[in-house]
Ligand binder design. Structure first.
Ligand SMILES: [Zn+2]
Length: 301
């Protein structure tokens, strides 16, 4: 992968029905952190969640987005990473000021990992929540996929000051393997173990610095690997003035008017991108003018 480019590289082990993916995030990762001043320990967890989000989004059939969320009661109570099927990423973390270095479980405390899949038109939404298990983000997600999806998956996630990177291998579910291949897969019982072992020789510095073709060659040159076209990954926040307006409408006119009376202005700040949306008295009144009443009737009191 070109270091100036954020990208996702998919590949497939032809005869053993294992998919693989590599990603490196540079600008997208910097865009997510530039206004947040996260302490290093928080940055690391968020980076790994984002990389995992990109890797898992690429395994989805659904056109929409995946949301990875860790929640707990510790010094790192919330980490959210989202990635769409177009590879647009965004994410955020909440942390307490006295946070100290530690493994994931220590940072988050007793907590949960939730993964949500949502289609673009919002007609399909699936969420599974499991107990947070493991010392690293990779451990927690592998455990999730094993218990919740019965999908054997391994992840290697890493981050330095300006790059976040990761590698995923996953057994294809049997139903997605065609008959001819299924036969070959059955003949290679050891395929998964072999690929897992080869993958685990990857070093963090290689994941961060080498391009995808070099990594695939370095790890799997004795395997039959099909490499797909590389795809761009980028930062994009899905917030908009319209969405904030809808949210305010759902509060109801009375509530909005009373906030305006008290503060003169309603300021809504998007935590993902730091964008500030402001609604003054005139804007607030317009929220509830005739043109909006039709679609707002359900939420008004
Ligand atoms: Zn935003």
């Amino acid at each position: 992968m070109n270091p100036s480019k954020d990208s996702l590289q998919r590949f497939l082990f032809e005869n053993i029905s294992i998919r693989g993916e590599l990603t490196q995030l540079h600008k997208s990762w910097q865009a997510i952190t530039e206004n947040h001043h996260y302490p290093p320990v928080v940055r690391d967890v968020l980076a790994q969640m984002l990389v995992a989000g990109v890797l898992l989004a690429a395994t989805l059939k659904l056109k929409g987005r995946i949301i990875l969320q860790i929640q707990g009661k510790g010094a790192l109570p919330l980490v959210v990473a989202e990635c769409t099927s177009e590879n647009a990423v965004r994410g955020l973390a909440h942390y307490s000021k006295d946070i100290q270095a530690g493994n994931l479980k220590t940072l988050v405390g007793d907590g949960q990992l939730a993964i949500t899949l949502e289609s673009d038109n919002k007609t399909e939404r699936y969420q599974s929540i499991v107990e947070l298990v493991g010392d690293t983000v990779a451990d927690a997600i592998e455990h999730y996929l094993e218990t919740s999806e019965q999908l054997s998956t391994r992840l290697w996630l890493t981050v330095d000051s300006n790059t976040a990177a990761g590698l995923l291998i996953q057994k294809l579910p049997p139903e997605s393997v065609d008959e001819e291949n299924l036969h070959k897969v059955q003949q290679d019982d050891d395929g998964w173990n072999r690929v897992e072992q080869l993958s685990s020789t990857i070093k963090d510095e290689e994941l961060l610095a080498l391009d995808a073709a070099e990594i695939i060659h370095r790890l799997y040159h004795e395997e039959d690997v099909r490499v797909f076209e590389s795809e761009p990954v980028f930062f994009r926040c899905s917030c908009s003035r319209d969405r904030v307006a809808n949210m305010l409408r759902s509060l109801g006119q009375q509530e909005v008017t009373s906030i305006i009376k008290e503060k003169n202005i309603i300021g809504i700040h998007c935590e993902f991108c730091n964008h500030a949306y402001e609604f003054d008295a005139v804007d607030a009144e317009q929220l509830f003018t005739d043109s909006h009443l039709a679609d707002n009737s359900a939420t008004r009191h």
